[in-house]
Design a protein around this ligand. Structure first.
Ligand code: NAD
Length: 344
């Protein structure tokens, strides 16, 4: 029997709690503990699920004791018991944690809120799985970049990408972030082009891509408006749809399903009811995709809270098993998470 990879999650918030559950569901991984800085409903959830709780940052044991939550130690104690830590702390905090991980001699997966130089490579499972094989520090790119990178990974090998233009319609806040806005407005991102294109190039360095973004008052899902000029275009729109249907981590909705937009996507996810009612796949609509000569137009929707979760799992597997295979890892991850297998 092979030994399981011992994993910790440092930062048990929106991403961290999802990654913790996902790790716990993998037969080749063991969730050794998670960290919290303060007692909260999420800390209680971790305790109820039997995840050992450790203190991170300036967290005080007395605060947890007062809340009736027992802690097993501090982050430094947890790092002694593991092979790999998934850092899901807030933007830029991961970079300051990197020194702790290096000193403890553990591997680390960082998130997209960190700059790419925090790690040896940026990562997307469909895009560049092999780049993470055996690496010690890997960064899973952000939600928008993950969504774009998956789509590039489907289209580029088949038909070549001359140039990719995308406008990102971004959710303003995550559902629990009640202090963020706007609640009535559309905010253009005055960074032209936006940082997302260069971030996609951390996975596909040769790709010609330019992105722009606007922020809208919604909390569930981003929508990407894509225009892709293909080098060797296929003969029909149907061929492109078939490619997305055959790819893992894509869900193509047919017109008869009456999924008009993100509200129905999230309702679908609630009906399906996998962890947190998440939608970890890129969502593409049959009616929202059209090939016009070499020009492909398509919308895709990205559930920001969950799309990076399977990518974290594959990053762990690639880093800790130098002979891991991308397709096999993706299939194993998705099976454990309850995602449908690719149709092709
Ligand atoms: P979050 O604020 O929901 O969770 C962060 C957690 O870390 C909180 O529980 C916080 O208490 C805890 N924390 C604070 N200081 C800490 C410290 N010093 N050490 C350990 N934990 C600490 O944030 P999030 O949305 O989960 O984002 C985490 C990372 O994931 C960021 O890099 C972010 O950019 C990235 N990301 C977020 C999303 C998203 O839509 N939320 C999507 C993709 C990637």
């Amino acid at each position: 029997m092979t030994t399981k990879v011992r994993v910790a999650v440092n930062g048990y918030g929106t991403i961290g709690k999802r990654v913790a559950d996902a790790v716990a569901r993998q037969s080749d991984m063991e969730l050794v503990g998670v960290t919290k800085t303060r007692p909260s409903f999420e800390a209680r959830r971790a305790a109820e699920k039997g995840y050992p709780l450790y203190l991170a940052g300036d967290g005080a044991e007395a605060d947890f004791a007062a809340a009736g939550l027992s802690v097993a130690g501090r982050l430094a104690d947890l790092l002694k018991k593991i092979d790999l830590v998934v850092d899901a702390s807030p933007d830029k905090v991961g970079k300051s944690n990197a020194a702790l991980y290096r000193a403890a001699g553990v591997r680390a997966v960082f998130q997209g809120g960190e700059k790419s130089d925090v790690a040896e490579t940026s990562f997307n499972a469909l895009g560049n799985f092999a780049a993470a094989l055996g690496k010690r520090f890997v960064r899973v790119v952000s939600c928008n970049t993950t969504g774009l990178a998956r789509a590039v990974a489907v289209l580029s090998p088949k038909w070549g990408v001359e140039h990719w233009e995308a406008t990102l319609v971004r959710r303003a806040a995550d559902p629990a972030e009640s202090k963020r806005g706007p609640i009535n407005g559309i905010l253009p991102t005055f960074q032209l082009p936006s940082h997302h294109g260069p971030d996609v190039r951390t996975i596909f360095p040769e790709l010609s891509i330019a992105t722009t973004a606007v922020v809208v008052p919604t909390t569930l899902m981003h929508v990407h408006v894509n225009h892709v000029r293909l080098r060797r275009p296929p003969g029909s729109t149907a061929e492109v749809l078939a490619a997305f249907r055959a790819a893992p981590r894509f869900r193509v909705f047919a017109p008869w399903e009456h999924v008009d937009g993100t509200p129905q996507v999230m309702e679908f996810a609630r009906d399906r009811g996998i962890g947190f009612n998440d939608m970890m796949e890129n969502v593409v609509w049959e009616e929202g995709l059209k090939l016009d000569g070499p020009d492909l137009y398509f919308f895709q929707a990205i559930h920001q809270e969950s799309i990076v979760v399977p990518e974290n799992i594959d990053a762990i597997r690639a880093m800790t098993n130098p002979s891991a295979n991308a397709a096999a890892s993706i299939a194993q991850t998705d099976r454990a998470l309850g995602l449908a297998p690719a149709a092709g």
